[in-house]
Design a protein around this ligand. Structure first.
Ligand code: URA
Length: 306
């Protein structure tokens, strides 16, 4: 076993890992060819996997049971799907939140059934929590609104879901693959927390064949301008094509995969996210989205994934 704890073996389509998580079958409807094998591990690329802060109009229809005793104001705002609880606190302190027409900067304030909470002039209503998985195509930015008016991932999901959902994490405009969108601010915070990064697997196509020594450098760890980073697993995905590798890592820094390869002298030509926090894009064609199942939502909330 090498330093990174991996055997770099050029082997294709190895079986499931220790019978733990059964890799799912790949849909090959597009260019998604990606079963990564590395020693005893195999990664399947399978697809398992308002606007601004303007809320919907109309008074919120709350369940009396939820709001009878009141819920903390930051939680109410997070439930409205516009931000995390922590971010909500900064909005409260900034004086942009009012309850029944009165601005509150008190973080201990509770919202009761029937209260009208506004973000500036816009009423906030807790929305149904919604979780959507998108197989992102190239050419879409991962933001809600783009100042340059480019196509956004929201354009691809809004016909399916009326709630204002936001991307969890970021994929570059030309990166494809697994992207979760939700209005669950708490889950977003959990999944994007820098101190507790979640596993991601990417299939990468480079501009030239990659030397094994260079893969080893990424396993050993490299120093970028914003800190150290390393791959936890890396392998060729196809013994016949040494320009393609699968890389597993836990960093959520911007452009991290592209920067890692640039650091060792390669340019990334294609980048496809095939796994994020237990989700893959199995059976989900590029550009399409679907709602998560209850099972998947529970898995995410409880952190029941590797
Ligand atoms: N790393 C990158 O370089 N780009 C992405 O979109 C995701 C990870």
């Amino acid at each position: 076993m090498n330093e990174g704890g991996l055997i770099m073996q050029r082997r294709k389509n190895s079986g499931p890992r220790n019978g733990k998580q059964k890799p799912e079958k790949e849909t090959r409807s597009e260019t998604d060819k990606s079963n990564y094998s590395k020693g005893k591990r195999s990664f399947s690329s399978d697809s398992v996997a308002g606007k601004k802060y303007a809320p919907k109009s109309g008074a919120p229809k709350q369940k009396a049971s939820t709001l009878e005793d009141g819920i903390r104001i930051n939680r109410y705002i997070a439930n409205a799907g516009i931000c995390s609880r922590r971010e909500a606190e900064s909005y409260i302190l900034a004086g942009v939140i009012s309850i029944n027409g009165k601005v509150t900067t008190d973080l201990s304030t509770k919202v009761k059934y029937g209260d009208i909470v506004k973000f500036n002039d816009a009423p906030l209503a807790p929305e149904k929590k919604t979780y959507v998985l998108l197989n992102k195509p190239k050419g879409y930015v991962t933001t809600f609104d783009d100042p340059k008016s480019r196509k956004t991932v929201i354009d691809l999901v809004q016909s399916k879901c009326r709630e204002r959902i936001f991307p969890v994490g970021k994929l570059d405009i030309d990166t494809t693959g697994v992207l979760l969108l939700t209005n669950d601010g708490e889950l977003t915070e959990k999944l994007t927390n820098q101190k507790n990064n979640k596993k991601k697997i990417y299939q990468v196509t480079l501009d030239k064949t990659v030397k094994e020594d260079d893969l080893q450098k990424l396993l050993n760890g490299i120093e970028l301008e914003d800190g150290a980073v390393k791959a936890t697993t890396i392998a060729y995905t196809d013994p016949e094509n040494l320009r393609e590798v699968g890389i597993e890592l836990y960093s959520s820094k911007n452009h991290i995969v592209r920067r890692m390869f640039e650091h060792i002298g390669y340019n990334v030509m294609k980048l496809d996210c095939v796994y994020f926090a237990g989700l893959t894009k199995k059976d989900l064609p590029r550009g399409k989205c679907r709602f998560l199942s209850e099972k998947e939502i529970t898995m995410l909330k409880r952190g029941l994934y590797s």
